[in-house]
Design a protein around this ligand. Structure first.
Ligand code: PXP
Length: 237
């Protein structure tokens, strides 16, 4: 069964709607952990639209599991990560105008910059995962840049318009997992996964961890956060 990382960015989105203190991010993280989350994921965006610097400090100190900090390779953010030292960082591409992380990193085109940031974090004792599309060239480039872990972007599979497309994108992910394993990489996956599409991804042998946010936080409005996490874990099993 893959591990479950719960992304709590959208708990912070709600809090930032009023710039207040509700809902309490740490309390939400504790509920996720108690319900079986293996790690907590939070993205410190350059525009600070949801997670704030202080959130990262608090989560890193107080979590009972592990913090997976999603981040760009902007020098300011790299410095913050090196100071706070989360258990893991996941490098993601970041564009100001996007609603969410729309695609994987282009490691092929930016390998030097990515390798430099990765080296800095590794030196600070932080393990690093690269969020990439399920594409063999990007996997090979990730390994070349020094990555030991890749997280495959499942967005195209999740947003497929019909059964035929979904099958094509699922096979693309399966092939990417197999290739990454031959390269000696650990493989995680995530983005756009929900209660109806997660099972086929969870079944793929070799995926160690799934990182899921939006669908869990949405379902929490109906059945509460602990039940939403438990239900997702049930599907992974
Ligand atoms: N993994 C990564 C690297 C992401 O950037 C995100 C979105 O923040 C997720 C997983 C979770 O995606 P979603 O919120 O669509 O479940």
């Amino acid at each position: 069964m893959p591990k479950l990382g719960v992304n709590i960015d959208h708990v912070a989105t709600l809090r930032q709607a009023r710039r207040g203190t509700m809902p309490d991010l740490l309390a939400a993280a504790y509920l996720c952990e108690a319900a079986g989350a293996d790690s907590i994921v939070a993205h410190l965006r350059e525009d600070r639209r949801h997670i704030q610097d202080r959130d990262i400090e608090v989560l890193n100190k107080k979590l009972k599991t592990r913090l997976n900090l999603e981040m760009s390779i902007a020098p300011e953010i790299v410095n913050i990560a090196c100071k706070i030292k989360p258990y893991q960082a996941t490098f993601v591409p970041e564009r100001r105008k996007e609603l969410t992380t729309e695609g994987g990193l282009n490691v092929l085109a930016n390998s030097k910059k990515i390798a430099a940031a990765l080296g800095k974090l590794n030196q600070a004792g932080i393990r690093v995962s690269l969020f990439i599309d399920p594409d063999c060239k990007q996997i090979a480039a990730s390994r070349y840049a020094g990555a030991r872990i890749v997280e495959l972007h499942t967005g195209r599979y999740a947003n497929a318009k019909n059964y035929k497309q979904r099958k094509i994108f699922l096979n693309e992910i399966r092939a990417a997992v197999s290739y990454a394993l031959t390269q000696g990489l650990k493989v995680f996956a995530g983005h756009g996964l929900d209660y109806s599409n997660v099972k086929l991804i969870a079944k793929i042998k070799g995926i160690e961890e799934l990182n899921i946010g939006y669908s869990i936080i949405c379902r929490a409005l109906d059945i509460g956060l602990p039940n939403a996490v438990r239900q997702m874990r049930g599907l992974l099993r």
